[in-house]
Write a protein that binds this ligand. Structure first.
Ligand code: FES
Ligand SMILES: [Fe+2]
Length: 354
C-alpha cells in the first residue's frame, strides 16, 4: 500500500478507494491492525470467575483466549489445547484449572500443563511447547486490555486520555443492563469513519444536535487516536472540569475518544460508554456497547441520552454507505478540511506501512 494513497494535505487528499471496503484481500491485511494494538477486555469488576473465556477477542483476533485469575495474578492464556488443538473453555468457571474436554489435559491458571492421561510412555514430555502461551495483559483505570503483539505500551497509547479526563475516571460501575451487541451490514471501517466526524450530526441526529452548541464541535488528532469534543447547548448537562484541566470553564457535553483501530470511549457526565468494533466479515460488523456509570442521576440527559436511537441513526447511514461502496459509479471522494480531520487521520493510519 502506498503511503501517499491518502495525501497528507487534507485540502488535496482523496478518501480511500471503495475497494478498501469491499475487497477480501484488503480486509485480511486490515485485520493485522487488531493483533498489533491493545484490545479492550472489559472492567476488572466484570470478571467474577477464576476462568473466563473472551469470545469477542476470539472473533476479532481469530485467537481463542481465556482470562485466568488465581488470586495473585490475572493472565490471558491461549484457550487452545496444546494436544490436538481443541478450544477448551466455553463458560466461566471458578475451578482454578482448565481441563480440555477432548482427552482431559489439564492446565493451571499460569498456563502450565499439569496432567495428561495416556502420556506415561511419551518421551521428552512435557516440554515448553505443551504449556499454554500467555499473552500480554495490562490494566488501566479499572479496565483490562490484552495484545498479541503491540509494540507500544498501553499507558503510552492512552496517555492523552489520562491527561485530559483522568480526573473523571474513578468510581465507574459496570451496568450489564446497558450491554448492546449490534450487528451491522457494513464494513467495519465505515463504522469508524462515521464515528470520526461530527459533520453529520445536524443531518443524521436531530435530537443529539439539539443538545450540542451550534459551533461547539472540535477534533484533535493524536498519534494513536482522535478526540472529538462536543460543547453543550445552553441549559444542557455538562462536565465540570477541575482547574488544572485545559477544559476548565468550558461547557463540555461529551468527549468522544477513538483509539486506533477499533476502540471508542464515549465519556459523558453520566459515565463512560465503550464501543468495540468487531469485523465479522468484509461486509458485516458487530459493535459491542458496554456502559460504566458514575452518576446514574444524569443518565438520559444531554449528549449521552438516547444512545440506542443515535446508534440506529448511525447504522442507517453506515449501511447505506456500504451499498454505495459496491456501486460501479462511486470510487472515492474528498474530505472536508474543517470537519473530517479525524477520518483523514484514520485513513492515513490504515494506509501507512507501519
Ligand atoms: S485436544 Fe485437548 S486433550 Fe486432546
Ligand atoms: Fe453519528
Amino acid at each position: 500500500m502506498s503511503e501517499e494513497l491518502v495525501n497528507a494535505d487534507i485540502r488535496l487528499a482523496k478518501t480511500l478507494p471503495s475497494e478498501f471496503y469491499t475487497d477480501e484481500v484488503h480486509f485480511e491485511s486490515q485485520r493485522n491492525a487488531f493483533r498489533t494494538t491493545w484490545q479492550f477486555m472489559g472492567a476488572s469488576s466484570q470478571f467474577m470467575s477464576a476462568v473466563s473465556p473472551l469470545p469477542h477477542l476470539d472473533a476479532l483476533l481469530s485467537e481463542p483466549l481465556v482470562r485466568t485469575n488465581d488470586g495473585d495474578e490475572v493472565r490471558v492464556l491461549s484457550n487452545v489445547c496444546t494436544h490436538r488443538g481443541m478450544v477448551m473453555c466455553h463458560e466461566e468457571t471458578d475451578k482454578k484449572t482448565l481441563q480440555c474436554p477432548y482427552h482431559g489435559r489439564t492446565f493451571g491458571c499460569d498456563g502450565r500443563m499439569k496432567h495428561m492421561p495416556g502420556f506415561e510412555e511419551a518421551l521428552n514430555f512435557p516440554t515448553a511447547a505443551d504449556h499454554l502461551p500467555v499473552f500480554h495483559h495490562a490494566k488501566w483505570n479499572g479496565f483490562e486490555f490484552m495484545t498479541v503483539d503491540a509494540k507500544v505500551d498501553l499507558d503510552a497509547v492512552l496517555q492523552p486520555v489520562h491527561d485530559r479526563i483522568g480526573w473523571f475516571l474513578d468510581g465507574l460501575q459496570y451496568d450489564a443492563s446497558r450491554d448492546r451487541d449490534w450487528d451491522i451490514a457494513a464494513h467495519w471501517m465505515l463504522y469508524v469513519d462515521n464515528y470520526l466526524e461530527g459533520f453529520h450530526i445536524p443531518f443524521v441526529h436531530p435530537e443529539l444536535n439539539d443538545a450540542l452548541a451550534n459551533d461547539g464541535y472540535a477534533t484533535e488528532c493524536f498519534e494513536h487516536g482522535v478526540l472529538q469534543i462536543g460543547l453543550a447547548a445552553d441549559g444542557e448537562v455538562c462536565f465540570d472540569p477541575p482547574e488544572d484541566s485545559p477544559d476548565h470553564g468550558k461547557n463540555i457535553a461529551a468527549y468522544y475518544w477513538w483509539i486506533y483501530p477499533n476502540m471508542m470511549f464515549n465519556v459523558y457526565p453520566w459515565g463512560v460508554s465503550v464501543n468495540i468494533v468487531v469485523p465479522t466479515s468484509v461486509e458485516t460488523t458487530r459493535v459491542l456497547f458496554r456502559s460504566y456509570v458514575k452518576r446514574a442521576d444524569l443518565l438520559g440527559q444531554g449528549a449521552g441520552a438516547e444512545l440506542d436511537k443515535v446508534e440506529l441513526q448511525d447504522q442507517f447511514v453506515v449501511e447505506n454507505c456500504m451499498k454505495g461502496m459496491r456501486s460501479s459509479a462511486y470510487e472515492r471522494g474528498r474530505y472536508s478540511p474543517t470537519h473530517e480531520q479525524g477520518v483523514h487521520h484514520f485513513h492515513r493510519m490504515m494506509t501507512s506501512l507501519k
